[in-house]
Design a binder for this molecule. Structure first.
Ligand SMILES: [Zn+2]
Length: 487
């Protein structure tokens, strides 16, 4: 689509909205490009190459929202789509108790783009498949115990144009790249699994250099050998023990027990799908002890390489860096322009995002990270008398208030008297969110801190997918209920 046509479409939609005298309107034109390549057991098992372009129009009329979308950019269809959004708003206005009021936001005219070195869509299939085939071969290693071996990569480009009736005009181009390798192994009695770098893949914003930087091939043998070692490893010992959580597992713990719990729409009960409410009620703002003093959680959609890094959210709000939890004390919620006033804030926290063009934006997590501490991983281990260190997400559940949870991991290591004794299989742990975070007694330093990408967070009805990152460093918890669970 030509750039001038896009700009004309933005102008046309806003002109009709202004003529109709709506309270507010915006349009987002989004072009999505996705590619996935997957090799499994020596064969190319999946190839996705998709592209779509469309637009969503939001209006506030009579104090109520209306939304309509279309993939047809002809001027007559844009006109029809705008009118449909206005009709929906007018119909909704007959049933509202409170008029929608948006928090103020400056008018922005800007362009923002992910910095990258190698355009992943310009790297040849030959080169990408060569990487996947050669890595998968090392994983499989012609070992009969390896029942399944896989390697995949996934790239996406999201080009968006936003215009609002307030006068903002924003263009953004977001590029995300990621990959995963893994094996399932069995000795005939049981099945074990190990993945690298993370069990739903590791993703960052950036180009093909992100995938090269994961060093998939270099880590294939270790990934396979760890899976095989689990076949003869003892079960994870049960009981209350010290727990060290590594990498992507800690990212998921933050995502589920802090991220979703602090989304303001869930706190207010406006969204309740996918374990959707929250125990973090409005009374807790600024005073609730969410965890120990080591717990510092920072929201930051301005940081380099985060999956939820952007110049502006889908409300046209420029994000900022802020503490959600500071030294264990809960500070504030994740908000959008519509809901910010519910917690006495005059500006949105920039968390409103939609999947593609055909969905209405809802509150989505920004990049949400645990600040690094000052220990080394070796120190955390040396200081552990009897504990388990865990890595690799396998399964989890959490209640609808984000309060009581359990997680199962791919691998654990038993630590006794400051030394790793060996791997243990099928570890799991459980806890109650504030008690669990209250037992955080040490966080590793910057050198051990990594940003982990969540490419598939589900929320809303109709369901929407969103991406975000969580920075973590290995962290130690005292007295956690640990057990053994075969998934
Ligand atoms: Zn999620």
């Amino acid at each position: 689509m030509k750039k001038q046509n896009i700009l004309d479409s933005l102008d046309l939609a806003m002109k009709i909205c202004n003529q109709a005298g709506v309270d507010y309107a915006d349009i987002r034109i989004v072009e999505m490009s996705d590619e996935v390549l997957k090799v499994r057991n020596g064969l190319l098992s999946e190839i996705v190459n998709s592209k779509n372009l469309g637009y969503g129009i939001r209006v506030i009329a009579g104090g109520a929202w209306g939304f309509a979308s279309s993939a047809n950019l002809h001027s007559q269809e844009i006109t029809n789509t705008v009118r449909r959004a206005i009709q929906i708003a007018n119909a909704s206005a007959m049933k509202i108790n409170k008029r929608v009021k948006l928090a103020a936001e400056p008018i922005w005219i800007d362009r923002w783009a992910t910095p990258y070195i190698i355009d992943p869509f310009k790297v040849s299939y030959d080169e990408k498949l060569q990487l996947l085939y050669s890595t998968e071969e090392i994983l499989r290693n012609n070992d009969p115990r390896v029942k399944s071996a896989w390697a995949y990569l996934s790239i996406a480009k999201e080009h968006q144009w936003f215009a609002s009736s307030e006068g903002s005009r924003i263009e953004q181009e977001i590029v995300r790249s990621g990959a995963e390798i893994g094996v399932s192994v069995s000795d005939g009695n049981e099945i074990q699994r190990r993945t690298f770098p993370a069990s739903s893949g590791q993703y960052l914003q950036g180009g093909y250099e992100v995938i090269l930087g994961l060093k998939l091939k270099e880590n294939a043998a270790k990934t396979r050998d760890e899976a095989l070692s689990l076949l003869t490893a003892p079960p994870c010992p049960s009981g209350e023990r010290e727990l060290i959580i590594l990498g992507s597992q800690l990212a998921l713990q933050i995502h589920e027990s802090i991220g979703h719990a602090t989304e303001l729409d869930r706190v207010l009960g406006l969204e309740a799908n996918y374990a959707g409410r929250s125990f973090v009620d409005l009374e807790k703002k600024g005073r609730f002890q969410y965890g120990s003093r080591y717990l510092n959680i920072i929201a930051d959609s301005t940081m380099p390489q985060g999956l939820a890094t952007y110049g502006y959210d889908d409300d046209g709000v420029r994000p900022e860096r802020y503490h959600v939890i500071k030294e264990g004390v809960f500070q504030t919620y994740l908000t959008n322009r519509e809901l910010a006033h519910n917690i006495g804030e005059t500006r949105s926290r920039g968390c409103n995002r939609a999947e593609g063009w055909q969905n209405i934006p809802i509150i989505r997590m920004p990049n949400l990270s645990l600040a690094a501490g000052d220990a080394t991983l070796a120190e955390l281990i040396a200081d552990t008398k009897d504990g388990i260190m865990v890595d690799g997400i396998k399964c989890w559940s959490i209640d609808q208030y984000r309060y009581n949870f359990q997680f199962g991991m791919e691998i654990g290591w038993h630590i006794q008297n400051g030394k790793i004794v060996g791997p243990v299989k099928d570890p799991c742990y459980q806890g109650i969110t504030p008690e669990f975070w209250g037992r955080l007694v040490g966080v590793a330093d910057e050198e051990h801190w990594h940003l982990w990408g969540v490419p598939n967070c589900g929320k809303g009805q109709p369901g929407q997918r969103a991406e975000m990152s969580h920075g973590t460093a290995p962290s130690k918890f005292s007295k956690v209920s640990i057990g053994y669970k075969q998934a």
